[in-house]
Write a protein that binds this ligand. Structure first.
Ligand code: PHE
Length: 444
């Protein structure tokens, strides 16, 4: 493909062999639904913010968590992956899972991409709200753009053990072994208290949002940047939906700046103090080292929560595409709402399912390097919000030729009118044509 320029939020980037963002996706960058007054995602954001503002304070009785809600979703691969210790061969790095602008920049796949930067800047409690981008399947609870809130909180030894009656023998760190319950550098008591802090913070949030009635469960999981790690699932329409991931931050993330760099910063910061006491150079470095230890002497937890899924559960919104609806039948139900007032979305007023779906199947032979996500993404790119679901309904390998054939069922449905058979056929043919040209499939 020839090199081109693409412009995102006023900055221009050169495309290269890694570029896989599409115009339909770039259209969404800057929409900032979470900042749009009266939008259900904004209502939910306000509720979460308030919850943290009203329940957590620093020692000067100011809100503990600072909020960032307008950081650009264009990040470097370092921010999205390396700064979080994501291994080179992790699937999230693949072209079929993330949206790349080029080999250096991408659309963030999670708000965790900013975690390292904010911790480095000295923050010890923050929330980040933002749009995130992932290549995924097409159905009622997946959309390639969604919104997350990230939360992180660091504790010093003193802070973590402040509620313990006699904390004299309690330490945050030890040189031990990595176990299912803790990292090698953490003591068991620190890890356990952190787990308790983290889970109760999130359970309190869930109880505030949903009242006591919500069915939830904790599931142990893996993230490259936390250990131990958990997911919280909630029951929605009879199914367990994963709504958040969390865990104890890998200690390496809190101290990943080089010692030399930290010394320089600290010597600089304490220059006035040092020159006042006329301490010579060797002592300056020694002193800086002591401070350095102090600077990384914290332990942290983090969580990342998907706003759409939570809003769907909270407001009874049956399809994730509705968040992008410009239709007044949808938005007017939330506009002017007090964020605290319980709202239930009424299907009748904005009938997602009132217009009947058009279902078309497409079968093709797939080439060797075919990825299912590529096909889902292609359909989304051709049909935008007019596709409700793409589902693999048959996967078959020819016993002799060993060629593999797949059949996808595509559910087309407009949210504001009924499609005619002809309109759907035009889209369906376009999907078949582009799949042939771009993904190298052979229609059967
Ligand atoms: N970033 C993770 C995700 O998007 C969620 C997460 C955030 C997990 C913070 C652990 C800590 O799935």
């Amino acid at each position: 493909k020839p090199e081109q320029n693409i412009t995102v939020l006023g900055n221009t980037y050169k495309t290269d062999s890694w570029t896989n963002v599409r115009p339909k996706i770039l259209e969404k960058v800057g929409k900032n639904l979470h900042l749009k007054k009266g939008h259900p995602l904004n209502l939910l954001k306000t509720r979460i913010e308030k919850h943290f503002y009203e329940n957590y304070f620093n020692r000067w009785r100011n809100p503990l968590f600072s909020v960032y809600d307008n950081i650009s979703p264009v990040v470097t691969l370092e921010q999205n992956f390396d700064s979080l210790l994501v291994p080179e061969d992790h699937i999230s790095r693949s072209l079929s899972d993330s949206y790349y602008i080029n080999t250096k920049y991408m659309l963030r796949a999670h708000t965790s991409a900013h975690e390292h930067d904010l911790i480095k800047s000295g923050l010890d409690a923050f929330l980040i709200f933002g749009d995130v981008y992932r290549r995924d399947h097409v159905d009622a609870s997946h959309y390639p753009v969604f919104h997350q809130v990230e939360g992180a909180r660091l504790f010093t030894e003193h802070q973590l053990f402040s509620k313990v009656r006699d904390p004299t023998n309690l330490k945050l760190f030890e040189e031990g072994r990595r176990e299912p319950t803790k990292q090698e550098s953490h003591t068991l008591e620190a890890a356990k208290l952190m787990e308790f802090e983290l889970k109760s913070t999130l359970e309190n949030l869930a109880a505030d949002l949903f009242g006591k009635g919500l069915e939830t469960k904790w599931v142990e999981t893996y993230f490259p940047f936390t250990h131990p790690s958990w997911e919280l699932e909630v029951k929605f329409q009879g199914e367990w939906l994963e709504v958040l991931g969390c865990g104890i931050l890998e200690q390496q993330i809190l101290k990943s700046e080089s010692i030399v760099k930290q010394c320089v910063t600290l010597i600089y910061r304490h220059k006035i103090f040092i020159s006042y006491f006329k301490i010579d150079c060797v002592w300056q470095v020694a002193l800086a080292m002591c401070y350095t230890a102090g600077a990384v002497d914290s332990i942290g937890w983090a969580f990342g929560l998907g706003l759409e899924r939570l809003a769907m559960t909270l407001y009874d919104i049956p399809d994730i595409r509705l968040f992008w609806s410009e239709d007044s039948g949808f938005l007017s139900q939330f506009e002017g709402s007090d964020h605290l007032k319980p709202i239930k979305y009424k299907e009748g007023a904005h009938p997602v399912s009132k217009f009947s779906p058009c279902i078309n199947d497409l079968s093709f032979w797939i080439p060797e390097n075919f990825s299912e996500n590529d096909f889902h993404d292609l359909v989304r790119n051709v049909c935008g919000e007019y596709v409700e679901q793409v589902k693999l309904i048959d996967d078959f390998k020819h016993p002799k030729t060993k060629r593999q054939s797949q059949c996808y069922r595509i559910v087309y449905r407009h949210m504001e009118k009924s499609f005619t058979k002809e309109e759907v056929n035009v889209m369906h043919e376009k999907v078949a044509k582009l799949a042939t040209e771009e993904l190298g499939v052979e229609i059967r």
